[in-house]
Ligand binder design. Structure first.
Ligand SMILES: [Fe+2]
Ligand SMILES: [Fe+2]
Length: 349
């Protein structure tokens, strides 16, 4: 029987790097693993019907497909040994079975709070772990946005991003350096959250609880796109008027999807992140003071990330051009002082 593999090379290897960067953390993790339920030690393979883990190194063949090479870990490999073995494969690709990957991810997610606190772990290593975990959380959120577990995981990773972002000036740039230049809705949500947290701290500077609700709104801001057909979302070239109208429904779709699950402040970001102060935005055509600061900040972060990311219909702009376009073509969308703060923030990176 052919097994299904998911290629998760970047995130898992980065995570593995994190663990090996710091001996203290590694022993902490091992300590933690000693306490996790036995299933996490991943015994039995496919035939046993229980959880198994097989990890293989891989290469890309002439047709561009990933091909299995050596077996790095087999069923019964203890997690700590697996980490050690994976370390030797830094910079190379590995293949991990879908369900095993999810298990590894859970362990890594539960370690984030601790890693952020660790003084010995380099900023880049922390970023890789956080971004990798956030991307996985968002992938699950987009598959099942109303699951209580996914909402809790999003809140937890949002708090982690905030803690980390406020920890040092190097945090936000190092998180953003990991953002993919290809457009994936879930990495876009993380980037908007990261830019948003940076700008929020400069402009609003309110209590942490408010920042968390704002960050949750950013993480879920485009969740309404799950209600729109991929043919429209990924259409290369110009959209018809009807198609564009459908796209413009995503804030409302998102609002109604999450209305019973998120706070009012988070829902406001979802519903109003495309409103512009000159009234040209959607879905309600709000203007000026009718739009909250949270929604205004999310708009700036959203436009900047969309411009600097490759889309099905346009190439990625470099940061300089993106800011220039935002100034010259979209100057009426947001208040000047907020935009100036944003440029200052980018300039400090
Ligand atoms: Fe949006
Ligand atoms: Fe967006």
């Amino acid at each position: 029987m052919r097994e299904r593999y998911t290629v998760k090379l970047v995130f898992i290897l980065h995570n593995v790097n994190v663990i090996n960067h710091n001996y203290k953390f590694m022993s902490d993790l091992e300590e933690k693993l000693r306490r996790v339920p036995k299933e996490l030690f991943l015994h039995l393979g496919d035939d046993g019907g229980a959880v198994g883990i097989d990890v293989f190194s891989s290469r890309v063949d002439e047709t561009g497909n990933f091909v299995k090479e050596d077996q790095i870990a087999e069923p019964n490999t203890a997690f700590s040994n697996l980490i050690e073995q994976l370390h030797e494969y830094q910079g190379r690709d590995v293949l991990i079975k879908d369900h095993c990957y999810k298990q590894l991810q859970k362990v890594l997610e539960s370690s984030v709070t601790q890693v952020i606190k660790s003084e010995e772990t380099p900023v880049e290593a922390k970023s890789k772990l956080i971004y990798g975990c956030a991307a996985n959380v968002m992938e699950d959120v987009f598959a099942d946005p109303r699951s209580g577990e996914n909402i809790n995981r999003t809140r937890k990773i949002s708090c982690n991003i905030i803690d980390f972002a406020l920890q040092s000036d190097a945090s936000i740039p190092s998180l953003l350096a990991l953002g993919s230049h290809d457009y994936y809705t879930f990495t876009h949500c993380i980037n908007v959250t990261v830019f948003g947290i940076g700008l929020w701290s400069l402009i609003v500077d309110g209590p942490l609880e408010d920042l968390i609700e704002f960050a949750m709104g950013c993480m879920f801001h485009d969740i309404g796109k799950t209600k729109i057909s991929n043919d429209i979302l990924n259409k290369p070239g110009k959209l018809t008027e009807e198609e564009f109208d459908e796209i413009k429904n995503h804030p409302r779709y998102g609002y109604f999807l999450m209305k019973d699950y998120l706070s009012r402040d988070s829902l406001d970001v979802i519903l109003h992140h495309h409103e512009r102060i000159d009234g040209s935005g959607y879905p309600d055509g709000l203007s000026g003071k009718m739009i909250s600061d949270n929604a205004k900040i999310a708009l700036i972060a959203d436009i900047y990330d969309a411009l600097t990311t490759k889309r099905s219909y346009s190439a990625a702009q470099n940061p300089f051009n993106a800011v220039l376009m935002m100034k010259e073509e979209m100057g009426g969308f947001y208040e000047k002082d907020k935009f100036v703060q944003f440029i200052k923030m980018l300039g400090s990176y």
